[in-house]
Design a protein around this ligand. Structure first.
Ligand code: PRE
Length: 362
């Protein structure tokens, strides 16, 4: 049987080897061009990372592709290829909310690929500080989860940051129940360690399948995974990245109550990207606390036909009932109608901050 299998596989593998040889040659040709691009950019002091160009490259290839590679695989492959190009042009670093194995790290990987240095920071404040101080080139911060709502610390820090939002990542959040031993029975799980948000996102599953296990909130899912790796009877709730990092085994997969659970992240730092035709612009606004003010605040958007993708309010903490409004609109600040709407908005509101325009997450 094995001989027959080998006999059938051998010629197919020979073809794959041949194609790989051609690919490595082409990839190195591409990398040599990236080196030249790097030289030109250095001469003009131009940014290495150009997300709008990367979007163009990926979308063109998705149009050219005839399958069976799915669009998301084309994207993942070229994300890595261009990540390597960037590393060849000039090494870059990105800070994320650590420790290693968090969904923030997964988001940083998805956006920048493997070849960007990743720096784990202990808190969202430290992630912002790292990019503000220039210790890293970029930061990835969580903004909102489809089940749990906004990450208020991120919203508060966006108010003060001097760095632009230059990108967005929307990551499906798939939680697994992770244990130290392969084939562990659910009955052997005495406690489940995870970040309170992950415990909340899996509460129905836990009640159904582990009604007697203690639920232990910890500082991050990765911390839960670290404990599960060394403690008998302890399981963690975490994602694929933590599973790999802590060499755990999934006793159950996809245990989040909402199968469509996603978290959105912003990428901060770098140079504001140019318009791609599928962009989003993020703003913070504030108006006088009086009847009809919010309605009037948004009128310029309607007047110029700009649609709103998101609207969030946060207390201004001034002691009075004043609010900051976090607004995402469709389009780039340089697009004609958005530019006109922003000019009107800026004139009418008490406070206006343009956080950035960037390609929308796929
Ligand atoms: O076109 C550029 O500006 C490049 O640097 C090349 C390249 C690529 O590999 O295609 C690499 C990095 C940029 O973010 C965009 C594209």
């Amino acid at each position: 049987m094995d001989n027959e299998l080998d006999r059938r596989l051998a010629p197919l593998r020979a073809r794959i080897d041949e194609i790989d040889a051609a690919l490595i040659d082409l990839l190195n040709q591409r990398a040599r061009v990236a080196l030249e691009v790097g030289e030109v950019k250095k001469h003009f002091d131009a940014p290495v990372f150009r997300p709008e160009r990367e979007r163009q490259v990926i979308e063109r290839l998705q149009r050219l592709g005839q399958g069976p590679l799915a669009n998301e695989h084309v994207e993942a492959i070229w994300r890595q290829i261009m990540s390597a190009s960037r590393a060849i042009e000039a090494p870059q670093a990105v800070a994320y909310l650590g420790p290693e194995g968090t969904f923030s790290e997964q988001a940083a990987l998805a956006y920048f690929g493997d070849a960007t240095d990743r720096v784990a920071a202990p808190s969202i404040d430290e992630v912002f500080r790292a990019v503000e101080s220039g210790a890293v080139d970029f930061a990835v911060v969580p903004v909102e989860n489809s089940t749990e709502g906004v990450v208020s610390r991120t919203l508060d820090l966006l108010l003060r940051t001097t760095r632009p939002i230059t990108g967005e990542v929307s990551l499906p959040i798939h939680h697994h129940l992770l244990c130290r031993d392969a084939g562990a029975e659910l009955a052997s799980v005495a406690r489940v360690c995870a970040h309170p948000q992950a415990l909340a996102q899996c509460q129905h599953w836990l009640s159904q399948h582990l009604p007697n296990a203690e639920r232990v909130p910890v500082s991050s899912n990765a911390e839960g995974a670290r404990r599960a790796a060394i403690e008998a009877g302890t399981a963690a709730i975490a994602g694929e990245r933590a599973l790999q990092r802590y060499q755990l085994h999934a006793a159950a997969r996809m245990i989040q109550d909402d199968p469509h659970n996603r978290t959105r992240f912003y990428v901060l730092g770098g140079t504001p990207p140019l318009s791609t035709g599928r962009d989003q612009t993020s703003l913070i606004l504030s108006v006088r606390h009086e009847a009809g003010a919010v309605h009037r605040m948004l009128a310029p958007l309607a007047r110029h036909g700009v649609s709103m993708n998101r609207f969030e309010s946060r207390p201004a903490r001034s002691g009075e009932w004043e609010y900051y409004f976090y607004v995402d609109v469709a389009g780039h600040a340089n697009d004609q109608e958005v530019a006109a709407a922003l000019a009107d908005l800026r004139r009418d509101v008490l406070f206006f901050k343009l956080l950035g325009s960037y390609p929308r997450a796929q």
